[in-house]
Write a protein that binds this ligand. Sequence first.
Ligand code: FAD
Length: 498
Amino acid sequence: MTPFHTSQAVRRVVIAGGGTAGWMVAALMGKLMGKQLQIRLVESEEIGTVGVGEATIPALHAYHELLGINEAEFMAATQATFKLGIQFEGWKTPGESYLHAFGRTGQDHWSAGFQHFWLKGRAQGLARPYGEYCLELRAAEANRFAHLPRNGLNYAYHLDASRYARFLRAIAERHGVQRLEGKIAAVLAEGPDGALSALRMQDGSLVEGELFIDCTGFRSLLLGETLGVAYEDWTHWLPCDRAVAVQTAAVREAPPYTRSIAHDFGWQWRIPLQHRVGNGLVYSSQLLADADAPEVLRQQVEGELLIQPRVLRFTPGQRLRTWEKNCIAVGLSSGFIEPLESTSIHLIQRAAIRLLQMFPAGGIQACDIEEFNRQSQKDLEHIRDFIVLHYHLNARQGSALWTHCREMAVPASLRHRLELFAQTGRVFRPADELFAENSWIQVMLGQGLTPKAWHPVADLMGEAELRQFLSTLHEQVAHTVQSLPPHEAYVRRFCAAA
Ligand code: FAD
């Protein structure tokens, strides 16, 4: 088959869907190219959005900077709180927990990461737990937060997904994006070589364009249903295929971290916002029936239910190509990995930026399609390995899910990383991979994998020097944490200034 290409200039862009994906793309494209392009976004209030997706990672700052977003205004508008990491409770064994915090732990040497010095210190009885050398982790545990002037805290947000979509919509519309309300009844593929030509709305009107962005959620109406791009299923590595979500009233102060609590059938999230808490269970339909899941969730939450629990079905995996002909899928329509490390909004951000970096203004080239698809696939595979890691290294007994995950053959890329860390304590981050060395180390240690050896550079430090090095780092972190105000009070003051 000849690779798709067209010399037709792109002047009209149609974004199908107005969830977080649709509006994130619309806002960025409007800001950068709103004067050159006609950008229209179609969404249906009746269909609605998935309505979850409330925990983020620090990379979101880059997207906000591109849009020139004022942080206090954004936080007030989305009722956001700060997030310093995720607490994993019961993931290794019931009763044990660890925090995967953003930021760095300790101090690296150019030849060897801090973990090597820590491993040696631990063997000599000189080191505290690894996380105690991480500022973000200890601030999270102490429930404190502030913007620090230098070497500040590395943080993200918990936000209200519906308010965030509205906030982005206002930005997009300011930059000329036009919103069309209504249901898409059919997608017409009458362009050259079967390319998409228009959306036919339920009222019979046509929304025509040269480039189509599929943000229609799990349904993948354009890329999956119309263009027939197949889906690669990762259920054998990630057996959870359902979620049930509910919002509750807050009954305690919002901590600056997400909670992820393991259960025999999957896990539970708690995301604290200013005005409420987002809760949900991610589970395997083999172990928990959809009919029972809402009641199981009800028993696990605190506070009054603000909406009725809603069950969502998904298949973990990705579309084999996210750009096909003149259609690019962004968000859930392109693939999905469960929200364990809050990566979906980030993937939308990456796709939106990549799309603008490779915008096919003068026509679509096969090499652009190929490069876009290669990069998108790598993004998701890196994240997949990191998520599989959490499940695979577990010592939970008596559950089919956890036993399967412990015993399953993991992707070769992950197997290699685990082996390297176990034997040598080393972790390397491939170029442009999302999760840095410190994330991998925190989760591998947290799940119980301790390396057999450390780098010889750690042996250059004598016992007294190592003791001094570790205790100085520990005191510096403690001292900074003590100077921080309580998180919730800080959020209130910060948003009041918006
Ligand atoms: P949707 O929100 O489903 O939007 C689809 C849009 O398409 C809607 O506007 C809809 O009206 C429109 N549409 C569909 N069909 C038609 C039609 N026929 N006609 C007109 N319009 C149509 N991500 C994170 O980063 N952090 C998290 O903590 C997180 N938690 C999650 C928890 C769960 C249980 C799930 C399932 C996902 C989670 N995600 C999370 C992912 C995140 O929710 C999504 O990536 C994000 O909301 C983007 O969704 P979307 O815009 O692709 O799809």
